[in-house]
Design a protein around this ligand. Structure first.
Ligand SMILES: [Zn+2]
Ligand SMILES: [Zn+2]
Length: 214
């Protein structure tokens, strides 16, 4: 009887401990669940900040640089831009450049409407102190045309090594490269990151540079 009672007490104690442990686990799980999205948000903001830093460097590096000659590994790549390139692919890329330059319309709030570069980078804008941007007095787009020249230079350069995979990628996104207007529409479309307002031209610039290891 005594033994039975002791066993009973023990069972109750075990059950209580188990319940306590379960409550503890539940509490930890909840804390984790509350913390999870915050951590993910902080991480994606960090990631985005790094991306913008990298974009800043890429834009600086690709100003006045010819993607076609760069892709072909020619040293004169740094001495002229796409507009001055004398290689045969240069003429084709330029033709596309001017067509797209004329037809791309950037969505509202998708970066600088003049050049497509995110407003945190483009010199036409300055911080308005309220989490947004305003026109900077005397500011201008220091990287005008650089994104598009980079896209086409990287796309046409190096015997078009990146062209096929890029075309496949775009087709997957429902975009036709045959200049029926869908490419211009796609490139101008807004693409909101965590905090930065951006667009597909920036996205493709980054993708192509990565694919040619530049
Ligand atoms: Zn060139
Ligand atoms: Zn601009």
């Amino acid at each position: 009887m005594v033994k039975g009672k002791a066993a009973g007490v023990e069972a109750v104690a075990t059950a209580a401990a188990a319940a306590k442990a379960e409550a503890q686990r539940g509490f930890q799980r909840q804390a984790q669940e509350r913390k999870g999205p915050r951590d993910r948000l902080a991480q994606s903001r960090r990631q985005e900040w790094l991306e913008m830093e990298q974009l800043r460097q890429q834009l600086a590096a690709w100003t006045g640089r010819c993607g076609i000659c760069k892709g072909a590994g020619l040293p004169e790549a740094d001495e002229h831009g796409l507009a001055q390139c004398r290689r045969a692919e240069g003429a084709r890329a330029r033709e596309m450049f001017w067509t797209l330059q004329r037809t791309i319309r950037f969505d509202p709030y998708s970066g600088c409407f003049g050049c497509g570069v995110p407003q945190t980078i483009c010199g036409r804008w300055e911080d308005n102190g309220k989490g947004g941007h305003q026109r900077a007095e005397g500011g201008r787009c220091q990287y005008k045309g650089v994104l598009l020249a980079g896209v086409l230079g990287a796309g046409f350069g190096d015997e078009g090594r990146a062209w096929e995979p890029w075309q496949r990628r775009l087709r997957g996104l429902g975009v036709d490269l045959q200049l029926d207007g869908s490419l211009a529409r796609y490139l101008g479309r807004k693409r909101r990151l965590e905090e930065v307002e951006s667009n597909n031209l920036v996205r493709e610039f980054r993708w192509l540079l990565r694919s040619i290891n530049a």
